[in-house]
Design a protein around this ligand. Structure first.
Ligand SMILES: C[S@@+](CC[C@H](N)C(=O)[O-])C[C@H]1O[C@@H](n2cnc3c(N)ncnc32)[C@H](O)[C@@H]1O
Length: 290
């Protein structure tokens, strides 16, 4: 397969990709105020959920010219609650916006369980402590407003989710995977993902997918499982097609593409994660190409 895997900012690197060439975009962007990957200014560090949603939609709009008319877009995105830990972001960056205590707090940098929400004044409406912000829904609506067609809101249910210590609500055990297209006619190979029904006939697997999270060794904690990507790559792209992950992280999409005989274009801005992805790919049996 011909994979193009590069380290850098996707919105710069995409310019070297041919327009109208991508069959499937599958990705998991940084969520709002959840983790620090690279420092201030990166996607996910916006001052409000609304700014995050519009910036993320801008990002996918910029990638649109590189997708075929028949392309599929699958975006995995998580939600968050308003409030706790407000202002914590400041302690991670110095006045120049650089992450502080890099070595000492390396673990905290990536593995933090402390919320990183910027300080937003409560307003008695959306901005109230404990409020579930519905960021995935807001993002999906914003994409619709911009002309994307939403075909599915797939629920990725995580059977192995560790119980949280919360006492006044249920433990969150799922995330959304939105399926967008830009044209009413698009590639979709449902047969490739059908499952066996009770009557011995193959059937549509439905839109709730129970898939365990797949922890990896290393610094990156926000990987999506290979099984989730396998399902999407199988139905959302033809064999020998081009699959694009603009937030490659630890290379999950790359590994799955190689296994399923798709060409992968993957960009990752963080050198540590990029190096980790290279190692992971070669350990998976893949050959390092470009
Ligand atoms: C949620 S993680 C993706 C994890 C990935 N799905 C995996 O399985 O490992 C998001 C990634 O996007 C990267 N990133 C953020 N902004 C970027 C940009 N402008 N260009 C390329 N990568 C970016 C981050 O460094 C981070 O590794």
């Amino acid at each position: 397969m011909k994979h193009i895997i590069k380290c850098g900012d996707t919105l710069e690197l995409i310019k070297s990709v041919k327009k109208d060439s991508i069959d499937l975009l599958v990705t998991s962007p940084p969520y709002w105020a959840k983790r620090v990957y690279n420092g201030e200014g990166e996607i996910g560090t916006e001052d409000t959920p609304e700014l995050y949603v519009s910036r993320l939609a801008d990002f996918f709009d910029e990638l649109k010219p590189y997708l075929k008319q028949s392309a599929n877009v699958f975006i995995n995105i998580g939600d968050t609650f308003f409030g706790s830990g407000a202002g914590a972001w400041n302690k991670y960056v110095d006045s120049d916006g650089n992450i502080t205590h890099y070595q000492k707090e390396r673990k905290e940098k990536y593995f933090t369980t402390k919320p990183l929400q910027p300080k937003i004044k409560q307003n008695g409406k959306l901005y109230q402590n404990k409020q579930l912000l519905l960021i995935p829904a807001r993002f999906a609506i914003e994409m619709q407003e911009r002309g994307w067609i939403l075909r599915d809101d797939i629920i990725w249910q995580k059977p192995n989710r560790i119980p949280a210590s919360v006492k006044d609500r249920f433990n969150n055990t799922y995330e959304h995977v939105f399926h967008f297209v830009s044209s009413k006619k698009y590639f979709f190979d449902l047969d490739s993902v059908k499952i066996m029904g009770n009557n011995g006939k193959k059937k549509n697997p439905g839109d709730v997918w129970a898939i365990n999270t797949q922890p990896l060794q290393g610094d990156h904690t926000a990987t999506f499982p290979e099984k989730l990507v396998e399902q999407i790559v199988s139905c959302g792209s033809p064999e020998d097609g081009i699959v694009f992950d603009p937030f490659l992280g630890t290379g999950t999409t790359w590994i799955v593409c190689d296994r399923l005989k798709r060409n992968c274009v993957g960009f990752e801005i963080n050198q540590d994660f990029f190096d980790f992805a290279q190692r992971r790919y070669s350990e998976s049996g893949g050959r390092i190409s470009e």
